[in-house]
Ligand binder design. Structure first.
Ligand code: AVJ
Length: 317
């Protein structure tokens, strides 16, 4: 595989429908957060990152900007940079000049979005070896042979790790560690616990972009499942659950409604919820302990002055 090719992992539509159906029919209805990212959902998320209330993207970028040379010193040049959830690839590309990766591998579930992003990036960096892979890395990290095995740097920014429960995060980090041995590492961004009013505002913004992002899931479900959700019947709910240390995002029925799709049907009562996302927030040391349990070590941590967010590099040991 050369520059210019996108390797598509075949999506198994039946499996996706079965997974979604099971979640919607569970006593507490839920969907996996990965379904928030169809083409429109990915654009809405990009817009969320511009919101005054949504601080993680901005602070992470500022941390990386302020410590670029230090980060590059720790990581070294010529890595195989594997960007998990690359999206519009902007976070990784800002590190290209200091890291000078031997290969850039963009991985994302939203293939169409990725295709456009990589197209633009190739114009900007015509000499870099780039590979775009459309795959669900939450289910497998088996990368194709076109991905160099040496000096792998997994890049997992944006606190996307927050979508996993702490136990699942350890399991996922273990798989990353397996995939980057023996001389690889991980550069990860993690959102830290802070006052709940700051967290609540970040996930329930005044413009309603996060609400649109959450509600768009229903349109995506209509597409994937052939369901008949009417977004007007549903409300966005998002709040910090202090006890569990996580933001929870839900869609709440604003009236009694019956939703049908080929494999099922469900009656939702006014106030019933579909749990659409968890976003865990960590204390710095708690997260380093998770990394340690997953077999990582030699940590380097960079944070902002308020300690709202951390960027961490860890070696596979
Ligand atoms: C992409 C998972 C990091 O949890 O902050 C943003 C997703 N959800 N607003 C996050 C999200 C609502 C985001 N992650």
């Amino acid at each position: 595989m050369q520059n210019g090719f996108i390797q598509l992992y075949e999506k198994d539509d039946d499996a996706i429908r079965a997974e979604l159906s099971t979640g919607l029919l569970a006593p507490q209805a839920f969907t996996s957060p990965k379904y928030l990212y169809d083409a429109l959902g990915s654009k809405l998320f990009t817009a969320i990152c511009e919101l005054p209330e949504y601080y993680p993207t901005r602070i992470e970028a500022a941390i990386i900007e302020a410590h670029r040379s230090d980060i590059a010193r720790v990581i070294g040049r010529g890595v195989t940079m594997i960007d998990l959830g690359a999206g519009n690839c902007s976070k990784a590309s800002r590190l290209f000049s200091v890291l000078q990766p031997a290969q850039y591998v963009a991985v994302d579930i939203s293939v169409d979005f990725l295709r456009d992003a990589i197209g633009r990036l190739r114009e900007q960096f015509p000499h870099m070896k780039m590979t775009a892979i459309g795959m669900d890395f939450s289910s497998t990290l088996d990368l194709p042979d076109a991905v160099r095995g040496e000096k792998r740097l997994f890049f997992y920014p944006g606190s996307s790790i927050g979508n996993f429960s702490p136990e699942d995060a350890v399991a996922f980090l273990c798989r990353i560690r397996e995939a980057c041995r023996p001389d690889g590492g991980l550069l990860i961004g993690v959102d830290l616990v802070k006052e709940s009013h700051v967290l609540n505002a970040a996930y329930d913004d005044s413009l309603g972009l996060t609400a649109a992002f959450n509600l768009n899931l229903l349109l995506h479900l209509n597409n994937l499942l052939g369901a008949n959700f009417d977004p007007r019947d549903w409300k966005h709910r998002a709040f910090f659950n202090e006890e569990k240390g996580r933001i929870e995002m839900h869609l709440e029925a604003g009236r009694n409604t019956t939703v049908t799709w080929p494999q099922g049907e469900r009656r939702f009562w006014h106030g019933d919820r579909i749990h659409t996302e968890c976003s865990y927030k960590y204390g710095q040391d708690d997260f380093l302990q998770l990394l340690e349990r997953a077999g990582f070590g030699q940590f380097h941590v960079w944070t902002d002055e308020r300690n709202w967010f951390m960027v961490c590099h860890a070696h596979a040991v």
